[in-house]
Write a protein that binds this ligand. Structure first.
Ligand code: GLY
Length: 405
């Protein structure tokens, strides 16, 4: 869509909202629509039923990964898979929304199988795995054991930091490589939490250094991001900028853009340093004015996918973007904030439509259809994914939060 049409669409959405006077009680610039809030509340109950259905199919100690709609095959993982924390996190967020204690029970069972990952030093994904799960559990009902698990997880993550590079290592590889992916921005929130809880500023410093190095080397002049940067582990020199999950080295892989948007928004929340806010706003500008962003807000799996408009969409990238924009709008001026809020609202509406929302009892219990995991690998293509559900539920909760300001 051309930028001017996007602008017209967002302004039109804002005006429609004003004309209909259908706002829930709210203060501030952003006024959620009553009908959408109603739909979200109904949907939380439906989501809870979906996740209870999924729970029935899970064997103890396993974690949902995806579901093949064509074959009915439910794929699971062990606790070491980068997505292992999203299931408990979604159950807990749905528990918060519905007070259905069965969800809490299922979440606690999953946390029991996950807690050994606090000592895993072979992954950079500990933020996803442990903060989305134990961090959420801790916010709902803090417990000393959750706190200790999260501190140990932050310590494990910090072992992967290399001061010569100024980054946490993402993927283990040969000793002459030091691979950092944009997704890694999402694991920094755990480090900020750890400094707050322990008073040890080294976690904070690692997060800030990683973000600064990423800002310098991962981003192009148009504020799109490379997926992977390979550094010399001794000198920190950049060896390669490339992709792993995107269409091409120079393309803009949609979920990577979403991770960066979310990650730099968190950086601003945690540091209040304006350079991170500006970075997040530049990334938002790249995404929202991109001629290849469809009007319904759900990106193609890569902004430069070769067969647009026939290319597959990635619901997970849309959900992550919606959630990030609903935080970024709070830190932005009224004009940009409204664009972010209205775009997030559009994405939520699209994901709540039958095109993306699974019919009750279908989709292996997952909430959303149509995400793309790893196109070049030919895995998880046009399927449900745990992180699409997690960030969709989070986005809907964030939207609801505007009624209680
Ligand atoms: N590597 C995490 C993702 O697929 O977004």
């Amino acid at each position: 869509m051309k930028p001017r049409y996007l602008l017209i669409l967002t302004v039109a959405l804002a005006l429609t909202g004003i004309k209909q006077s259908c706002f829930a009680q709210a203060t501030g610039n952003f006024k959620p629509q009553k009908e959408l809030l109603h739909l979200i509340n109904l949907n939380f109950n439906a989501d809870a039923r979906q996740y209870k259905l999924m729970a029935q199919a899970l064997t103890p100690g396993r974690f949902p990964k995806t579901y093949e709609p064509a074959t009915g095959k439910f794929e699971t993982s062990n606790s070491g898979w980068w997505c292992s924390g999203f299931y408990a996190g979604t159950l807990l967020n749905l528990y918060k929304a519905t007070y259905d204690t069965q969800l809490l029970k299922k979440a606690n069972l999953s946390l029991d199988s996950l807690d050994k990952e606090q000592y895993n030093t072979h992954t950079h994904d500990l933020g996803f795995m442990m903060y989305c799960s134990f961090g959420t559990a801790s916010r709902i009902a803090p417990k000393p054991e959750y706190k200790q698990i999260l501190i140990n997880s932050a310590k494990s993550l910090a072992t992967r930091f290399n001061p010569a590079v100024g980054c946490i290592k993402s993927w283990d590889s040969k000793p002459t490589d030091f691979l950092v992916i944009i997704d890694n921005m999402m694991n920094l929130e755990l480090l900020f939490w750890a400094t707050r809880e322990t008073g040890d500023s080294s976690f904070y410093k690692i997060a800030v250094t990683h973000a600064n190095t990423t800002m310098k080397n991962h981003y192009r002049a148009d504020y799109s991001s490379y997926h992977v940067v390979n550094y010399n582990p001794q000198t920190g020199a950049v060896l390669q900028k490339k992709t792993a999950q995107g269409y091409a080295d120079e393309s803009a892989w949609a979920r990577g853009q979403a991770w960066g948007l979310y990650g730099f928004t968190v950086m601003y929340r945690e540091t209040k340093n304006k350079k991170y806010l500006e970075q997040a706003q530049h990334i938002a500008h790249f995404i929202l004015t991109n001629p290849n962003l469809p009007a319904d807000g759900i990106p193609y799996w890569d902004f430069n996918a070769p067969n647009i408009p026939a290319a597959l969409r990635d619901a997970s990238a849309g959900a992550i973007m919606a959630s990030a924009l609903l935080e970024l709008c709070r830190y932005s001026d009224k004009k940009d904030g409204l664009i972010y809020f209205n775009t997030a609202q559009t994405i939520i509406k699209t994901l709540l439509s039958p095109a993306y929302l699974a019919a009750p009892g279908s989709n292996g219990g997952f909430i959303l259809k149509h995400s793309v995991g790893h196109m070049p690998n030919k895995t998880e293509i046009d399927v449900p994914l745990t992180y699409a559900d997690y960030y969709f539920v989070e986005a809907m909760e964030r939207y609801k939060d505007f009624t209680t300001q």
